[in-house]
Design a protein around this ligand. Structure first.
Ligand code: ADP
Length: 647
């Protein structure tokens, strides 16, 4: 390589790494023997960032050193001397910037890696090798393979001086001035003995293809020429290894499946394949290209790190921002991908990009497109859609709750279990529900609950089951939030089954009620006793019109805040007191008749009060609002003892 990187040894300053870096280095050096190759991805990615930043400076017409130099990355292995050299013509660093950037953990990936290592260490389940691929651990990963690293750099500012940084990764590093005439950064690595493979061109080619194929700048590798003539044998030349294609700018017909997948893997570091891909472009009202993906699952990063969500925003292939959050509404933050638009004003600042109307146009076009593609997925690949819904359904509900304007676009994506489901995974859409509503049914019924099994046993469902009216199960905490804004579908109101004023279809004439029921007097006496026992824990105690088998249920008084809002309140504030309910009693239930009989026979019967208490608390449990179910145990014990005594 025609590079002069001699240092002036006399001016070198020795410094000590920050403690956190030393920790990181210790992990990288001592506990990682697999996946070491990712160090190259990290260095290439740094070089690519440096080129991006340089390109940005050039576009904004600042003065730069060597404006003619090709924006590229050069990689050269030297097996004989166990060396590897990576050079870029990017933005470069001054001595101060080296001190700042290579002496502290600036990057969040490295910090998250350390945090994850700590957690993993406590659980002793995961090793560094398992998780390293999921984090950009950055520059320091070079010490997995390096005995010594020398970074020589010259900043793009025409008057800046070159500098050199050197370290063995053992506690200290030195910084000093250097002779380097051209712009950019050269990293020279003295490889460890067991890392010699990374000096071999064919191994380097393989690693570059695998991890950095879509880097936007050419990556040249110094390789031996294929030679026919004897005198040319052993000659080396620079060849470009990466595809370097902005595949989002290609015609989808020209991109094959494997290429999309490879791009996705390199973009996200997700091992799985994406559930959905959206490749689209538009010319009006704004010009843009977009390539978006729904990941394989929600937590495809082992530790669920997704604060750095957002799409990559490009302008004419120049990366403007890595995690741009304003291209999709926040509830679609699970989507990964790239957007490239020529209509963005680039020559202003990066911050100004946020306030341009172009962005809001792209955003609404993309949001619509995502909704449509998901609808298609549901129709064409129901199994994949089920996976999508399991992983990301909560985000769609969040969207309906938080973005009334887009509600209509997403409402058909909703899926719920219902009273007709075989099991929890047997889901129905609102359109399907409406399609199978009974002829005289005017409302869409739903029931709130904490989980599927408890909800499926709720006494509220009895009437609806008996009359073959389907009820949707809302058992996800997000459902209550969503129901605040989702009050109707297809012109039909959504109604909670515990709503006191339901517009239920007429009872058919001749539909008989079970004969045996308590007389009015007996019932009155029982109600009086129940009121006395429960006191002001209930709003009222009254007869039930809807129950057939269950002894009782709790309903919401007509003037109270509806149960959905109560739930939202309770999720937001643990101290929130749920308003008192009405206890409805079924005078035809055998249990109720037996309690009433005990009361008529002997008002002092010691079992009556515990039976009433238990009746009420079982109802609380079935509503999912019992504050402390364990408190019921002594009473259940007492009732069991009494039952066991009976012959
Ligand atoms: P990051 O994830 O921020 O790249 P690194 O530890 O890999 O974290 O690098 C730290 C910083 O060092 C970078 O943010 C960048 O400012 C600087 N840096 C690293 N490599 C280069 C390079 N090839 N050219 C210019 N600056 C670089």
């Amino acid at each position: 390589m025609a590079e002069d990187t001699t240092t002036k040894a006399t001016d070198m300053d020795q410094k000590t790494f920050k403690a956190e870096i030393q920790q990181l280095l210790n992990i990288l050096i001592h506990s990682l023997y697999t996946e070491r190759e990712i160090f190259l991805r990290e260095l290439i990615s740094n070089a690519s960032d440096a080129l991006n930043r340089l390109q940005f400076e050039m576009l904004t017409k600042r003065d730069v050193l060597d404006p003619e130099a090709e924006l590229a990355i050069y990689i050269e292995g030297d097996e004989e001397n166990r060396r590897l050299i990576i050079r870029d013509t990017g933005i470069g660093m001054t001595a101060e910037e080296m001190e700042e950037n290579l002496g502290t953990i600036a990057h969040s990936g490295a910090q998250q890696f350390m945090q994850a290592m700590k957690e993993a260490g406590q659980e002793a389940k995961v090793s560094a090798a398992d998780i390293i691929g999921q984090f950009g651990v950055g520059f320091y990963s070079v010490f997995m393979v390096a005995e010594e690293v020398t970074v020589t750099s010259r900043s793009y500012r025409p008057d800046a001086e070159a500098a050199v940084w050197r370290s063995t990764g053992q506690g200290t590093y030195t910084i000093g001035p250097a002779d380097k005439a051209d712009r950019g950064t050269t990293i020279e690595i003295k490889l460890k003995e067991d890392a010699l493979e990374f000096a071999r061109p064919h191994r380097l080619r393989q690693v570059i293809k695998e991890h950095s194929d879509f880097v936007a700048y050419p990556i040249y590798l110094l390789e031996e020429k294929f030679a026919e003539k004897e005198e040319e044998k052993g000659k080396k030349e620079w060849t470009q290894v990466n595809q370097q294609t902005a595949i989002w700018r290609q015609n989808p017909k020209e991109v094959d499946e494997e290429k999309y997948k490879a791009f996705y893997h390199q973009l996200t570091l997700d091992f799985g394949d994406p559930l959905l891909r959206i490749h689209t472009s538009a010319d009006a009202p704004v010009q843009f290209y977009a390539l978006l993906f729904v990941p394989s699952k929600k937590d495809y990063r082992l530790f669920g790190l997704k604060e750095d969500y957002g799409l990559k925003l490009y302008n004419r292939k120049v990366l403007i921002q890595e995690h741009f959050k304003d291209l999709l509404p926040p509830y679609l933050r699970f989507i990964e991908g790239v957007v490239d638009s020529e209509d963005l004003p680039l020559n202003v600042s990066r911050e100004a990009v946020q306030s341009t109307p172009v962005l809001s146009k792209i955003k609404s076009a993309l949001t619509r497109r995502v909704a449509n593609e998901l609808k298609n997925l549901a129709e064409e690949k129901p199994d994949t859609y089920r996976t999508f819904w399991r992983e990301f359904g909560g985000f769609i509900k969040e969207g309906i709750a938080t973005d009334p304007d887009s509600k209509d676009k997403f409402v058909d994506l909703l899926r719920f279990p219902s009273s007709r489901s075989e099991n929890e995974d047997d889901l129905v859409s609102l359109a399907q529900y409406v399609g199978r509503m009974k002829a005289d049914q005017k409302e869409i019924y739903y029931i709130l609950g904490d989980d599927y099994d408890v909800t499926a046993r709720s006494p509220h469902l009895e009437y609806f089951r008996k009359h073959d009216l389907e009820v949707l199960f809302m058992t996800d905490p997000m459902d209550s939030f969503m129901l605040v804004t989702l009050t109707e579908y297809d012109g039909k109101p959504l109604k909670n089954v515990d709503d006191a004023g339901l517009d239920l279809p007429e009872e058919k004439a001749g539909e008989e009620k079970p004969a045996e029921a308590l007389s009015d007097d007996e019932f009155k006496a029982l109600v009086a006793r129940v009121k006395q026992v429960l006191g002001d824990r209930v709003e009222d105690v009254r007869d039930s019109k809807l129950l057939t088998d269950s002894p009782c249920r709790l309903v919401n008084p007509p003037d109270a805040v509806n149960t959905t809002l109560q739930r939202v309140q309770r999720l937001l504030d643990k101290e929130y007191q749920i308003p008192k309910k009405i206890l409805e009693i079924n005078r035809r239930s055998e249990l109720i008749r037996n309690i009433s009989a005990r009361l008529s026979a002997n008002a002092d019967d010691p079992l009556i009060d515990p039976l009433v208490e238990q009746l009420y608390e079982s109802a609380l449990l079935s509503e999912g609002i019992h504050p402390n179910p364990a408190e019921m145990l002594p009473r259940i014990q007492l009732l069991m003892e009494a039952a066991a005594r009976m012959k």
